[in-house]
Design a protein around this ligand. Structure first.
Ligand code: ATP
Length: 315
C-alpha cells in the first residue's frame, strides 16, 4: 500500500443558506476546505495511505478540521494545534445572479508557525510520493524554505515529487507565482497543471512550449487538465490524450484536486499512460457531480464501474 505526503493549510468555509449580500445572511453551512487537504482526502478514499502535514488553531474550528480529517482516515501525526493563531475562516456570498465572492478571515494562519527545522526525515517513513501545491507557497514567502527542505529530504530518499501550481491570484501576483514555480520546477517529477493556468504561467499553452518546459526542467510527466475537454500527458517524448467523461457537473471546485489524487494513485500503481489519464479523468468527473470541495471525491470502488461506464445497481 503506497503512502503520499502533502503539506498545507486548511480552513473552515461558511456557505450561505440563502442568496444575497452577506450582511443579510444569518445561516451558514459549515464546511472544511483547503487544496492540499482535499488532495489528501482524495488519496485516502482511493485507499492510499495519506499524510497531511499542517498546523491548526487551538480552538473549536481547529477541532472541527481535525475530526473531519481523522474521519477520512488521514495520517494526522504531524498536525499540531498552536495557541494564539485562530483557525482560518472564509465566508462565501452568492448573489441572486449566481455570482460569488469569498471573504477571508485569515490573518496569521496557524501554519505560518511552521519552521524548516520542523520538517524531519522521520516524517517521510512509509512515503512513496510527495505532493506540493502552489497554494501553500502563495500564503507566505517563507514557505518556499519549508518546501525546499521537504524537497531535499524527498530527493535524498528517492521519492517522486508531484506539483500542482493551483494558482491563486488573490494570494499573490503572477510574477511572484512564476518566480516560485520556476524555482521548484527542477525538482518536480510530475507536474499537474490546468490549461488556463499553464497559459498564465508560460504566456502560452502550445504543445511546443509545454515540451520545452518539460525538457528544460527534466519534468518526467507533464499533465494538463482541461475541464470538460479531459486531459493530456507528455512523457518520454510522447503525448497521450484522453477525453473527459460526460457528466452533469454541479460543482467543479475540487475536480482538479481529485484529478491529482486519481493520477497519483494510478501512477503509484503502475498504470499505463492512457490508464492514468482515464482513471484521473474519472475521479475528476465524479468530483464535479457533488456540490462541495471534497464531498464528491470518490472511493476506489466507485471509480472502476464509472470509468468502465457500467450501470450501478442502486436498489
Ligand atoms: P480546479 O483547481 O478549479 O479544481 P483544475 O483546472 O485543476 O481546476 P479542471 O481542468 O477544471 O481542473 O478539472 C480537472 C479534471 O476533472 C479535468 O481534466 C477532467 O478530467 C475532470 N473534469 C472537470 N470538469 C469536468 C466536467 N465538466 N465534465 C467532465 N469532467 C470534468
Amino acid at each position: 500500500n503506497f503512502g503520499v505526503f502533502t503539506l498545507g493549510d486548511a480552513m473552515i468555509t461558511m456557505n450561505p443558506a440563502v442568496k444575497g449580500p452577506l450582511r443579510f445572511v444569518s445561516q451558514f453551512e459549515r464546511k472544511v476546505g483547503g487544496a492540499e487537504l482535499n488532495f489528501a482526502i482524495g488519496c485516502a478514499r482511493l485507499g492510499l495511505r495519506s499524510k497531511w502535514v499542517s498546523r491548526l488553531g487551538k480552538d473549536e474550528f481547529g477541532r472541527v478540521i481535525d475530526h473531519f480529517a481523522r474521519g477520512e482516515g488521514i495520517d494526522m501525526s504531524d498536525v499540531h494545534f498552536v495557541e494564539g493563531y485562530p483557525t482560518s475562516l472564509n465566508f462565501k456570498e452568492i448573489r441572486e445572479d449566481g455570482s460569488g465572492k469569498t471573504f477571508y478571515y485569515r490573518y496569521q494562519s496557524p501554519i505560518l508557525t511552521m519552521k524548516p527545522e520542523d520538517i524531519t526525515a522521520s516524517m517521510f517513513e512509509g512515503i512513496n510520493l510527495v505532493h506540493i501545491t502552489g497554494v501553500y507557497l502563495a500564503i507566505d514567502p517563507q514557505n518556499m524554505q519549508i518546501i525546499m527542505r521537504v524537497v531535499q529530504i524527498a530527493k535524498e530518499k528517492g521519492l517522486a515529487i508531484s506539483f500542482d501550481p493551483n494558482i491563486r491570484l488573490k494570494l499573490w501576483t503572477i510574477e511572484e507565482a512564476r518566480k516560485a514555480y520556476f524555482e521548484l520546477f527542477p525538482y518536480v517529477d510530475i507536474l499537474l497543471t490546468g490549461r488556463d493556468e499553464i497559459r498564465l504561467i508560460l504566456g502560452e499553452d502550445s504543445e511546443e512550449a509545454l515540451v520545452s518546459l518539460a525538457e528544460k526542467y527534466a519534468i518526467d510527466q507533464l499533465v494538463v487538465k482541461d475541464g470538460a475537454n479531459g486531459s493530456k500527458l507528455y512523457t518520454k517524448g510522447t503525448w497521450h490524450e484522453k477525453e473527459a467523461f460526460s457528466v452533469e457537473a454541479v460543482d467543479t471546485v475540487g475536480a482538479g484536486d481529485g484529478f491529482d489524487a486519481g493520477y497519483i494513485y494510478a501512477f503509484l500503481n503502475d498504470y499505463s499512460c492512457e490508464e492514468r489519464l482515464v482513471f484521473a479523468n474519472g475521479v475528476g468527473a465524479l468530483a464535479t457531480t457533488v456540490s462541495g470541495d471534497n464531498e464528491g471525491l470518490p472511493y476506489l470502488e466507485e471509480v472502476f464501474p464509472f470509468i468502465r461506464q457500467e450501470a450501478v445497481i442502486e436498489r
